[in-house]
Design a protein around this ligand. Structure first.
Ligand SMILES: Nc1ncnc2c1ncn2[C@@H]1O[C@H](COP(=O)(O)OP(=O)(O)OP(=O)(O)O)[C@@H](O)[C@H]1O
Ligand SMILES: [Mg+2]
Length: 180
């Protein structure tokens, strides 16, 4: 019997959500599980096309992702959300909606995220070309009770993925011993 679950990443831009999500997806698929990633960047070009970055629009975006994760999870899929999801209240809203919910905090200092600047967005935010950028001039509310905290400025992405798999096993969502 496989049980659905939502793995909900949260963390600053560049903290490693998408990177770790992709490694996790592969590992879970290799175990024979059905997996779907809802990546923030992709969702904003379709499901949430037209939404901006005000608090209201961010909350709407995160609730939409949460709703899709809810549908997938109740059909025994492993749904992985990889969006910044800066606000605690709406993450907790999704947690109550979905039930089988594992929150993963990709914890990384803003300095390190800014040094990585994968998409060049911090540079633009510092130059004032982007307004309301999370961690620069918009808030990020750290989770208080995340099931997993991945310190991505100290660990490799593979180590973080392992840490999440271990927690999923501990909570009974996966069985790593029987990989079929
Ligand atoms: N331990 C680590 N875990 C994850 N990523 C890491 C780690 N160390 C270095 N990196 C690098 O940091 C970058 C993280 O970028 P990634 O796109 O995954 O971030 P993100 O959290 O999805 O950001 P965004 O919110 O902008 O989509 C990648 O280039 C990745 O290779
Ligand atoms: Mg990403």
């Amino acid at each position: 019997m496989s049980t659905g679950v939502t793995v909900w990443f949260t963390g600053l831009s560049g903290a490693g959500k998408s990177t770790i999500a992709r490694i996790l997806e592969k590992r879970l698929k290799d175990m024979g599980r059905k997996v779907e990633i809802l990546d923030g960047d992709v969702v904003r070009t379709n499901l949430s096309k037209g939404l901006g970055f005000s608090k209201e629009d961010r909350d709407t975006n995160i609730k939409r992702i949460g709703f899709v994760c809810h549908l997938l999870t109740r059909n025994d899929v492993i749904a992985i959300s990889a969006a910044i999801s800066p606000y605690r209240a709406v993450r907790d809203y999704n947690r109550s909606l979905i039930g089988n919910f594992v929150e993963v905090f990709t914890k990384c200092s803003i300095d390190e995220c800014e040094k990585r600047d994968v998409k060049g967005l911090y540079k633009k935010a510092r130059a004032g070309e982007i307004k309301g950028f999370t961690g620069v001039d918009d808030p990020y509310e750290e989770p208080l009770h995340a099931e997993v905290v991945c310190e991505t400025d100290k660990q490799t992405p593979e180590e973080s993925a392992e840490q999440i798999l271990k927690k999923l096993e501990e909570l009974g969502y996966i069985h790593q011993a029987c990989k079929a």
